[in-house]
Design a protein around this ligand. Sequence first.
Ligand SMILES: [Zn+2]
Length: 448
Amino acid sequence: MKNEFSRRQVLGAAVAAGLGLSPRGLGAADGPGVTVCNPLRRTPLSLIIDDSCPVINKAYYWIKQRHDWRLKHAPNTAPSGWEVHYDKLDRMPNAIPAAFAAEWGEWCGAQGIRGKYSMVPFPAGMGRIDKGFPGFPEHQLRDWLRVTKEIIWKSFDLTPEMLTHTRVVNLKTWELTELWEQGEWVDPPLDQLTQYITTAMQLLKKVGIACEGVTSPGGFGRRKEEGYARAILDAALQVNDNPRPFYFLNMEMEEMPTVPLRHVEKDKGIAIASIVGCAGDWFGATGYDTANPDLFITADLQGGRLPAVLAQERPCVLVGHWPGFYANDRIGFKVLKEVKKRLDAYDPDHTKTIWMKNSEIGHYWMARELSELSLNGTECRIHTRFPTSNFTLAFPGRAATRVQVDGTDLRLVRSQRDFRSGAFLATEKETCAAFDLKAGDTVLSITG
Ligand SMILES: [Zn+2]
């Protein structure tokens, strides 16, 4: 039972079963003489924030409710998960001010950090995002919604992390049950799953947030991942008319992460991407867990998990829990600032990495894996139902003098530093072209 509370760590076999990528990042869409590269020949970086919610500090209530639950249902067991911090509750804030979220979001925006930010719609059952939080100052929810939509959403996808992230809600009465979302609902009844996820998405929709995907609270849904992914896709189509959502459930801490795609309907442009975290939460989680920038990337930029993943040019997705960025004197925010400083030193001229939202990574991998490419002499045809920005092709052995996409010239650049969407980079060894890929047919012509 203990492990049900945490995310799955995908190990070697699961990776082999996923969509394999060579270090260069070759995808299924590759044809002879042309390959799909990483976006703008840069490795994606992304920051996932879990457990963020309006007004309250989810860690505080999770610990309190789990403690009460254990005393009632399993008094002879030892505390597990975050409940080990029960003795620190009096040091933990029970709320996180919107002003802090604004400061954090503005800093991330200025730094160019992009990723995913959870918005738990009925956090710990303490208040509904569309109705209010009894016992807390009324303006806090209003301020939180403004900050989330106007500041954070610019750089981060917003997702529910199911309804409460603590106990399961009875959708008829809106009362909390004795089951836990990340406990019993690692293997939920499938017929109820779609309804539960749909409800979570609808609560966000009611306050003007069309979410781009979902985050699993802990291991929620993990024992029936195929069905879970189906339920998310159905809910996303139903609530937000979104045919290409993503979900975050899995972590890959040892092997190299991939971007598995599920429930692909190629002709309809429908698929769902699994965004996989590649490093542990070393931002402090509750504020009282491991907080150490060196585990991400050491001061000499050689050690830690991130350089290993970046060296293989795989999507490098960091994961942190929101409470730790604020609690304990903002310990997680300090770690983030240090990690960002080191990542900037690792890639000082921004030629190697590119920050992306989770949805942007999902859309890119769909375009990469599910588009059809054919090369005939100087003409490359692309057929896809999966649009993306920054679509990047490499033509080995060609030093082009001119590249056009649907009759429009791309701009010639000579260095990776200047390589952007709408440009082509020609060297003696190869030509790379980047453009925003639309759904339908695209013709690229390459001369020289
Ligand atoms: Zn969580």
